[in-house]
Design a protein around this ligand. Sequence first.
Ligand SMILES: Nc1nc2c(ncn2[C@@H]2O[C@H](COP(=O)(O)OP(=O)(O)OP(=O)(O)O)[C@@H](O)[C@H]2O)c(=O)[nH]1
Ligand SMILES: [Mg+2]
Length: 455
Amino acid sequence: MAGVGDLARSLAGRERVRLAVTGLSRAGKTVFLTSIVANLLAAGQGARTLPALETAAGGRLRSARLIPAETQATPRFDAPGHLLALASEPPRWPERTEDLSTLEIALELDPRSLFGQARALFAGPRRVTLELLDYPGEWLLDLPMLNQAWPDWSRTTLARMRRGKRAEAAAAFLAFVDALPADPPAEESLARQGFALYRDALRTCRDKLGFRFLQPGRTLNAGPRGEAPLLWFFPLPNPNGVGLAALMARRYAAYLADQRASFFAPFFRRFHRQAVLVDALGALHAGEEAFDDTAEALAAVGASLRGGLGLLDLVTGQGVRRVAFAATKADHVPARARDALTGLVADLVGRSAGGPLDTQTSVHPVAAIRCTEDDVAMLDGRPVAAVRGVLLEGGRSAKVYPGEVPMRRPEASFWSHAFFEMPVFQPPRLSGDGGAGIPHLGLDALLAALIGDLL
Ligand SMILES: Nc1nc2c(ncn2[C@@H]2O[C@H](COP(=O)(O)OP(=O)(O)OP(=O)(O)O)[C@@H](O)[C@H]2O)c(=O)[nH]1
Ligand SMILES: [Mg+2]
């Protein structure tokens, strides 16, 4: 029925487009959304901030404005607040996202057909409402859990924890669960102790090792309701016991029911277009294990989005019509490395079983906020392509040769010899607090591919 509603709205010149921005934690979602908002609003004022989108829209964009808040129960995406932080002295990046939030932008367009012109005479210009959603990236990893029963999740998660660097980060937790009796009692203190150790292990994996396949999402990022008891579970070697294991199984089920009802069902369904943000450079910088872990996390999320066990209906509803992958933070590498970056992201997401969603897909190198200019550095007496930007730490301008970007998952020799530099750059000074748009790289091409046909 949603499709019929969409068609009716479209005929009336009142389309509603739900744009999902998907990305693991730190992929760049909040910055991306802030830049979309600022640049669309500026374009609506006539600034040439998104030339490729304007071309795709055939110059029909008349205005863009934020739809004022009404009676929504969901927090509002704080674009003005993020812009203020970016424009402060010294500029600040947004904090980690702790809750979901939404925002709507109304785009007014000149009609594109004779029918549209006739309709505009009595109904006014065409209006496309763009719905945006921001959320903590950690929560995305709950999506594959919705398909998984507790014993299976417990076993696979524990097996993953015992691998490579994770095992070191989780040493205290692993020692704790391995010392438990075969069927430990459902004691509160035991559950709390195990949960605290498990949470510490996940935090170290995320913050020190750059890993992303970390579940459940709210153990890392509890959200506004804090650490409620349904969160106090962790994987057990014997998940089928009747004591502690049975309590964990109940909490697991309650947690997933809660995430489904409060996050996935109301917000993650019925979107029409999807931008998938991938920080391939960050994964490269974090090293071999973190890189493969990111690939696995993307594959697991991608498989859920494609729809095991009826999830397709829950998550994509009437079907995502277009998907655009963004290789984010592309301003960390010079122009000539960005083709390789596109290839690397295509390789990363293409490794998920079945390939990308069965819709029109494209991959774009994107810097939602461009912090660097291309430059040339000397390496062993030879000129190499580099970037120049202001480092967040210390605030001084620096020339950075990031290293080579491989076109696909690198060979073993890459990890042992080469390097990939990825300092945090300071955001650029925004003129007019972002009201005149934000410097970016490739955001317009991505938007043109994603929503250009709607304008
Ligand atoms: N140079 C550069 N850095 C960026 C860009 N976008 C994001 N970053 C960096 O990446 C960090 C994370 O970006 P966010 O947008 O907060 O990431 P997120 O996906 O919202 O992260 P969570 O809220 O934790 O899920 C920022 O603090 C910046 O340091 C960009 O376009 N250029
Ligand atoms: Mg965020």
